[in-house]
Design a protein around this ligand. Structure first.
Ligand code: GLA
Length: 375
């Protein structure tokens, strides 16, 4: 337990502890920074944080995962971008807590670099814990946007706000429908259990780093297209606008725009399908979303395509890559009774193509960040 990790490291019980989850995105990819719609859900895997004030002005942050203790006299010092501690330090820097020193222990179950938002889980758990410990009075939306800002301005990953909102607002058995223009949220009851369905994650174990150039390039292409069309964001476009704009954009930009416009429409249809318990339609939308990311947004990989194709030919209702792309994970919506066969087929296909052995596991929609008991 994180409280014991803290006790072993710092020699006293922590004042409080928090956890925040990673996420998968059911549908709506690369739409968040285009002010569009997304539909993520929190997974059971969380990052846990225990924290206390110390009497100095020193920040001591211990990670159980790496066994490292990082000490710094101020989060305002240049943050070392090569260490995991950049995430908690970036958040603490933006929380502007003055001279108050902190002792923090961290432990995470969220796989790193798998497209499951391990960084958002870390940011949101630390932000929630510091906010409560120091009585900073920020609400969850403010914390989510602050964590996004930490990611964008301090860490240098130009992400949208989906992951942090999902980590803070999710609830058990629900997905979070987010309008990223207003950050308005609506919880959508999934009903997977009752329908005998499960969501599988296929972590391809190929790396994915949002601060390298590819993610940012896609974002720039979208922003440049919006600018040429004199729009504040691609959110303002609907499917019927597409015919009229292809001449104003390069071929590549048009493809990027087409993905975003159709993906926004698919999220709205997916929410409707879930409400109607029409999981065949939901599955179909997931597959269309994947094809659009493969062909128009060009962020898939052979491993992700294989995971999706094999899941579909082996009776999944739907499958798609999830998250930023260029590696990471795919998800598949499957009947529980077919789960084992689908999993076996994917392992076999990966082996026969000489890919790394994936990690395949079921996820349940879980609750967002919460305070842990002191036991
Ligand atoms: C990453 C980013 C999100 C979002 C997705 C793609 O997870 O952190 O903000 O842009 O990629 O949908």
């Amino acid at each position: 337990m994180i409280q014991e990790v803290f006790l072993n490291q710092f020699g006293a019980k922590p004042e409080l502890s928090y956890q925040a989850p990673g996420r998968v995105n059911l549908i709506g990819e690369h739409t968040d920074y285009n002010q569009g719609f997304v539909l993520p859900l929190a997974i059971e895997q969380t990052t846990q944080v225990s924290i206390s004030k110390n009497n100095g002005q020193i920040f001591r942050i211990y990670s159980q995962n790496t066994g490292e203790l990082i000490e710094t006299s101020s989060p305002l010092d240049e943050i070392d971008l090569s260490t995991w501690a950049k995430y908690p330090l970036a958040v603490i820097q933006l929380l502007e807590i003055g001279n108050q020193g902190l002792d923090i222990a961290i432990s995470s179950e969220v796989p790193i670099g798998a497209g499951l938002s391990s960084s958002a889980a870390l940011e949101c758990s630390v932000a929630s814990a510091v906010n409560e410990l120091l009585d900073l009075g920020k609400d969850r939306k403010e914390l989510a946007l602050l964590c996004q800002k930490a990611e964008n301005t301090v860490i240098g990953a130009p992400t949208g706000n989906m992951d942090q909102l999902a980590s803070l607002f999710s609830e058990k058995d629900k997905a979070v429908f987010i309008d990223c223009q207003t950050s308005e949220l609506q919880l959508v009851e999934l009903g997977f259990d009752e329908a005998g369905l499960e969501l599988l994650v296929i972590d391809t174990r190929t790396s994915h780093d949002l601060a390298d150039g590819d993610y940012g390039n896609r974002r720039n292409e979208c922003f440049s297209a919006a600018q040429q069309l004199r729009l504040s964001s691609l959110r303002q476009l609907s499917i019927r606008d597409l015919d009229g704009i292809d001449a104003s954009l390069s071929k590549i930009e048009f493809k990027r725009v087409r993905h975003v416009v159709y993906e926004n429409a698919r999220v709205l249809e997916a929410v409707q399908a879930i409400k109607e318990k029409d999981f065949q339609t939901l599955g179909g939308l997931m597959v269309l979303s994947h094809k659009s990311m493969r062909d128009d947004f060009e962020i898939s990989t052979p491993e992700l395509d294989t995971a999706v194709e094999v899941a579909m030919s082996s009776s999944a209702l739907g499958a798609r890559m999830t998250g930023g792309g260029f590696g990471g994970s795919a998800i598949a919506l499957v009947k529980t009774e077919n789960k084992q066969a689908i999993t076996a087929d994917i392992y076999e296909a990966f082996e026969s193509k000489g890919f790394k052995t994936p990690s395949i596991f079921g996820v349940r929609a879980s609750s967002g960040a919460k305070r842990l008991g002191s036991a």
